[in-house]
Design a protein around this ligand. Structure first.
Ligand SMILES: Cc1cc2nc3c(=O)[nH]c(=O)nc-3n(C[C@H](O)[C@H](O)[C@H](O)COP(=O)(O)O)c2cc1C
Length: 184
C-alpha cells in the first residue's frame, strides 16, 4: 500500500489516471469537463475529449471547432480549468491552465491523425450555437479550416481523493511541481 502522506506518489497517481484518458476510451479522464469564462465573465463548462497529456511538457490537449463559443472566450481570457472525477481511483483532478490556440499549418500533423468519421466535429454552417429552425438545419464542414488545437499549459494541479481520511494537495508549475497538502 502506498504511503498516505507521500506527495510525490500522489502526483504520480494523478498523472497516471490522466494519461490513461488519452489512450483508453473507457477511462474517466477521457472526458474532462472543460471550463472557461465568457467575455461577459460568466462560467461556461462543457464535456470534451482528452486528446493529449504530457507530464514532461506540463500540458494537456483538446481539439475543437474554431467557430465554437469556447474559442471566442479563450481569445478574451486564456484561463481554463479541466476537471475529472475518476470514480475507480476515488480521485478528483483539477487542472488550472492557460490555453494556446492553434490552427492552420501548425495543426496539419494533428488533422492527419483525425479519423474521417471524427472530422465532422470540426466546422459547421452556420457556426456552432447559432439558433436554427429545426434540429437538423445545419451542415457539417469537416474542414481543416475550422480544426483548432487547444494546448492547455498547466499552472497547477489539484488532487482530492476520497480515501480515509480524505486527502487533498496542490502542485504548482511555478514551484517545480512541489506539492502541498490542503484541508480537503
Ligand atoms: C462526450 C462528449 C465529448 C465531447 N467532446 C468534445 C471535444 O473534444 N471538443 C469539443 O469542442 N466539444 C466536445 N463536445 C461538445 C461540447 O461539450 C460542447 O457542446 C461544444 O463544444 C460547444 O461548446 P461551446 O459552445 O461552449 O464552445 C463533447 C460533448 C460530449 C457529450
Amino acid at each position: 500500500m502506498s504511503d498516505h502522506n507521500d506527495l510525490g506518489a500522489f502526483l504520480d497517481l494523478g498523472w497516471q489516471r490522466l494519461t490513461r484518458g488519452v489512450a483508453d476510451r473507457r477511462a474517466a479522464a477521457r472526458h474532462p469537463v472543460f471550463a472557461t469564462v465568457s467575455p461577459e465573465g460568466a462560467p461556461e463548462a462543457r464535456t470534451v475529449v482528452l486528446r493529449g497529456a504530457s507530464r514532461a511538457d506540463g500540458t494537456v490537449e483538446v481539439h475543437t471547432d474554431g467557430g465554437s463559443d469556447k474559442v471566442m472566450s479563450l481569445r478574451a481570457n486564456p484561463l481554463a480549468q479541466l476537471m475529472i472525477w475518476d470514480e475507480k481511483a476515488k480521485l478528483q483532478i483539477r487542472l488550472s491552465t492557460s490555453v494556446d490556440i492553434s490552427h492552420g499549418n501548425a495543426v496539419v500533423d494533428r488533422w492527419q491523425n483525425v479519423p474521417d468519421g471524427s472530422r465532422i466535429a470540426y466546422g459547421a454552417s452556420p457556426k456552432p450555437g447559432t439558433p436554427i429552425p429545426s434540429a437538423a438545419s445545419y451542415t457539417k464542414l469537416a474542414s481543416l479550416d475550422w480544426f483548432t488545437v487547444l494546448t492547455c499549459r498547466i499552472e497547477s494541479i489539484e488532487l482530492m481523493q476520497l480515501v480515509d481520511p480524505h486527502r487533498r494537495a496542490v502542485f504548482k508549475a511555478s514551484a517545480g511541481w512541489a506539492g502541498e497538502w490542503r484541508v480537503p
